[in-house]
Ligand binder design. Structure first.
Ligand code: SAM
Length: 448
């Protein structure tokens, strides 16, 4: 394939009020942001440009919080800066109990590593993050300050994890007893959290299963997906599950979608042009760097780790084995640390495919990029970070980016408003593992 290109980039603009108006008109007053409750549409319209600007700033500030969460994950689960054992999600859920000394030694090792990153991209990131917070690691007092900062970060993340689990259980019960409040609660669980960047092969498998089902059900005709937007492609930094730090940071979703569209015959033989919208400077930068390297003839290497201690669904194993088959060639994989139950493969994506992916700094809640219309938009594990009003804005925005008949795939159960021209036309359920949490549902929405 040669890789298609999007049209020349047009400026990113604030979301026009004509997208917000029908949402405000149809949204229950208690689901509007507090500052808009009980106010007339005309009064809100007068404030709209200022609100959009402020909200854009506030949402972008949440990226910094998400970066801090990624650093805490790296601290707890990483293996490149320490010889201490990896902690587990269970340790986090139980507040570490007897493993507290391991946390302390990991903190000390991370601070030492960040002071001399020696080419380790994640440690360089920690060092830069600390500097932004006023802890320049070449200054004598900074290491102790960073240790305290990280210690508090671990406590915060553990407390948040517990609170989130309780809220999720309560919301699921309420979905059954009182859907009017339960559904918005369940779909907005992360609305006050930092914007995480994590991504994993699991969700790519789920989206792939949805693409296959779209074709099997003739929802999308062969060869018809030419222009795609991935909203929030993410970066695999150091997750608790399926994210490891013994290989460089990587993004996967744009490549997974390009590969799946070709394999299922949904994009033309030359492949689809893919826009990747994100608010995270480090994700945009990462994709820009990949494109620059691709222009010089370098492919993009993706490391594919399979946790052999967890019983993966055999279909997920099959997906892992053939990932990249249409866009990449197999290359030697990074070696996991001794004793880690991980099987590896790696692929190098061809430069022309990398060049067909265009990163754009767009906040999909309050900004619009002009490259529309798209045939397909993929927005997984992103809408859940927003309240119902902001989700609706993002959905109205996505609807306006799709051509009539175009498809949105998302795994967030959406609070559907009649004013947004997106109709659910199906869903795909996938199982990742045997655990009850190891599942996902991808909803298919069609632009009217
Ligand atoms: C948790 S990651 C999910 C990554 C990937 N889509 C997946 O499902 O694994 C969320 C991604 O959405 C991005 N994001 C969050 N809010 C956004 C917004 N308002 N506009 C654009 N991107 C956003 C984050 O920076 C990050 O890349």
């Amino acid at each position: 394939m040669t890789g298609a290109a999007l049209a020349a980039q047009t400026p990113v603009t604030g979301l026009p009020f004509n997208t917000a108006r029908p949402i405000l008109e149809s949204l229950r007053d208690d689901l509007r942001p507090a500052e808009f409750r009980g106010r007339s549409i005309a009064a809100i319209e007068a404030d709209w440009p200022a609100w959009v600007e402020r909200r854009n700033r506030e949402i972008r500030a949440r990226v910094e919080q998400g970066d801090e969460d990624s650093i805490i994950n790296f601290l707890l689960f990483g293996t490149t800066f320490t010889s201490e054992p990896r902690l587990t999600e269970q340790d986090l859920a139980t507040g570490f109990v007897s493993r507290r000394p391991i946390v302390e030694r990991r903190i000390a090792d991370l601070v030492t590593g960040a002071a001399a990153p020696a080419g380790n991209g994640r440690l360089e990131f920690v060092r830069a993050f600390a500097a932004r917070k006023g802890m320049d690691l070449s200054a004598p007092a900074a290491p102790a300050a960073l240790r305290t900062y990280l210690d508090q970060g671990v406590a915060r993340v553990a407390a948040e994890r517990r609170e989130l689990a309780e809220r999720a259980t309560a919301a699921i019960e309420r979905v059954l007893t009182n859907p009017a409040t339960g559904l918005p609660e369940a779909a907005t669980l992360y609305a006050d959290r930092g914007l995480a960047s994590d991504t994993s092969l699991f969700i790519d498998f789920a989206v792939d299963a949805a693409l296959e089902a779209l074709k099997a059900n003739a929802v999308v005709a062969p060869g018809m997906v030419r222009r795609v937007a991935i909203v929030g492609p993410g970066l695999d930094f150091a997750d608790k599950r399926e994210g490891y730090d013994f290989y460089p940071q990587q993004t996967m979703q744009p490549f997974a979608v390009a590969d799946g569209l070709l394999r299922h015959g949904l994009s033309p033989g030359g492949g689809a042009a893919i826009a990747a919208f994100d608010v995270s400077p480090r994700i945009i930068q990462h994709l820009e760097t990949a494109r620059t390297r691709a222009a010089a003839g370098d492919g993009y290497v993706i490391q594919l780790a399979r946790d052999t201690a967890v019983g993966w669904n055999p279909n997920l194993v099959a997906y892992w084995k053939q990932f990249g088959g249409r866009i990449a060639t197999a290359v030697p994989a990074a070696a996991p640390p001794a004793g880690m139950p991980v099987e590896m493969r790696a692929v190098r994506v061809r430069p022309e495919v990398v060049r067909a992916i265009e990163p754009r700094d767009v906040n999909v809640v309050v900004q619009r990029a002009g490259e529309a219309p798209f045939d397909l938009v993929v927005a997984t594990n992103i809408l859940v970070y927003y309240n119902v009003f902001e989700q609706s804005l993002a959905l109205g925005n996505i609807a306006s980016m799709l051509r009539p008949g175009g498809i949105l795939l998302t795994n967030t159960p959406i609070f559907q408003l009649p004013s947004i021209p997106l109709t659910q036309v199906g869903f795909t359920d996938v199982l990742y593992t045997k655990e009850s949490s190891g599942r996902d549902r991808i909803f298919w929405f069609r632009r009217e």
